[in-house]
Write a protein that binds this ligand. Structure first.
Ligand code: 13P
Length: 253
């Protein structure tokens, strides 16, 4: 049995004061987190340090939304794996479609980040997903294959079991139009098959595959009850304590 993992990707939302308010709202309800459900908060970099202080000793984990693959140096505007760890992060989102599309992140850069995250002791949440145009052209599996192969190049079997894969169809992100449980399960099964081919079936059975894209309290239960969907990467609905906690609770039922 794989544990369920629910992560909130705050994206570029919430200043310092707003972050404190959201985190305190979540802490108030953290006693309701079901057994066996891992909850990860990924606020913007500017709120990580205060989040660490507020979350200290509690059940919720902290993650970054991105990182650079070098340890330090002249990389203006970037954040290293070590910096994320120094403010309590144990996870980091890598290769989100917004990073790929808006900031031109390549599979090669994503691979370097994945390897650095793993060697630094962070668990990467590796995002993959097709655009609407790619889905309509019938090339979803090829796109996922190239993204996964790219991200996992030279990642050992031992290391890959610490990674989480997030299937986020680009057409479902922020659109209110989620993939159906069947559509998501098809791609999750494909991802698991690919991991089995790269590594072994035992590793494929262990790896956590989250779904992301317009996950809301109304659709979380059916998505999370679907075989092969091991959690959710939540955008818009993680910005309010109640909607995020409803999704967390749906993972336990
Ligand atoms: P939404 O839940 O807002 O569609 O965002 C999904 C996402 O991109 C999470 O990383």
């Amino acid at each position: 049995m794989r544990p369920k993992v629910i992560a909130g990707n705050w994206k570029m939302n919430k200043d310092a004061d707003e972050s404190v308010e959201l985190i305190n709202g979540l802490i108030t309800r953290s006693g309701e987190i079901p057994n066996g459900v891992t909850v990860i908060l990924c606020p913007p970099f500017t709120s990580l340090a205060i989040a660490q202080r507020l979350l200290d000793g509690g059940p919720m984990a902290l993650g970054g939304q991105n990182m650079h693959y070098e340890d330090e140096g002249a990389f203006t505007g970037e954040i290293s794996a070590g910096m994320l760890k120094s403010v309590g992060c144990t996870f980091v989102i890598i290769g989100h479609s917004e990073r790929r599309q808006i900031f031109g992140e390549t599979n090669d850069a994503i691979n370097k980040k994945v390897k650095k995250a793993l060697s630094a002791g962070l668990r990467p949440i590796i995002c993959v997903g097709e655009t609407l145009e790619e889905r309509e052209r019938g090339v979803t599996e090829q796109v996922i294959n190239v993204q996964l192969k790219g991200a996992l190049q030279d990642v050992s079997e031992n290391e890959v079991s610490r990674a989480i894969i997030a299937y986020e169809p680009v057409w479902a992100i922020g659109t209110g139009k989620n993939a159906t449980p069947e559509q998501a399960a098809d791609v999750h099964n494909y991802i698991r098959k690919i991991i089995g081919q790269f590594y072994s079936w035992a590793t494929a059975e262990r790896i956590i595959i989250q779904y992301g894209g317009s996950v809301k309290p109304e659709n979380a239960r059916s998505l999370l009850a679907t075989d092969g969907i091991d959690g959710a990467l939540v955008g818009g609905a993680c910005l309010k304590p109640d909607s995020f906690m409803e999704i967390v609770m749906a993972a336990g039922s």
